[in-house]
Design a protein around this ligand. Structure first.
Ligand code: ADP
Length: 181
């Protein structure tokens, strides 16, 4: 099963991806988490990505697509994957489609978690990650609106998109997602 958890930063994709992964036994791939790990470990990739991630910009398509490709080559991903934070623009969406097509797979569902902007900013400020200052959050929301949200049409046109209301507690949102799988 290939699932993409979609939505603005702070809607709870990471939380839901971790729960789904654990309860359904499907591996979870967060490009943001992979980048934060590389930054913490000060790898070559981490050094390149640090400034970009901390200022709320998008890391290059080449880098993130490379992260995804490398993960998908591992045997544990052969039965499926829950993507969180990828794809984030048209070119990444097309790259994912071709990566999957090359191994005879396709996305089953893109689950769009919807939460109001003010609530998002609130949640992220509480989280207090390095890229969660109010200014950087606003910037990330702009990037989401300009580059990522247009994918909603792309996935609607491909018959993959299902939207749910993410304004509820974690277990309730989980139940809504489970319901549609
Ligand atoms: P959030 O969903 O809260 O923004 P993520 O962990 O998904 O958090 O992403 C954190 C940061 O990592 C992004 O702001 C961006 O700098 C980088 N990043 C993550 N995924 C991608 C991606 N697919 N393309 C480009 N940059 C990415």
């Amino acid at each position: 099963m290939i699932i993409v958890l979609f939505g603005a930063p702070g809607v709870g994709k990471g939380t839901q991806a971790a729960l789904l992964s654990e309860r359904k036994n499907i591996p979870h791939l967060s490009t943001g988490e992979a980048l934060r790990q590389a930054i913490a470990a000060q790898t070559e990739l981490g050094r390149v990505a640090k400034q970009i991630v901390e200022s709320g910009q998008l890391v290059s398509d080449e880098i993130v697509t490379g992260i995804v490709k490398e993960a998908m080559d591992k045997p544990e991903y052969s039965n499926g994957c829950i993507f969180d934070g990828f794809p984030r623009n048209q070119s990444q969406a097309e790259a994912l489609d071709s990566l999957l097509e090359a191994v005879g797979k396709e996305i089953d569902s893109v689950i769009n978690i919807k939460v109001a902007n003010e609530e998002i900013v609130d949640r992220m400020l509480k989280r207090g990650r390095k890229d969660d200052s109010e200014e950087v959050i606003r910037h990330r929301l702009d990037i989401y609106n300009n580059q990522t949200a247009p994918l909603l049409d792309y996935y609607t046109n491909h018959g993959k998109l299902i939207s749910i209301d993410g304004n509820a507690d974690v277990e309730e949102v989980y139940a809504r997602i489970e319901n549609i799988l």
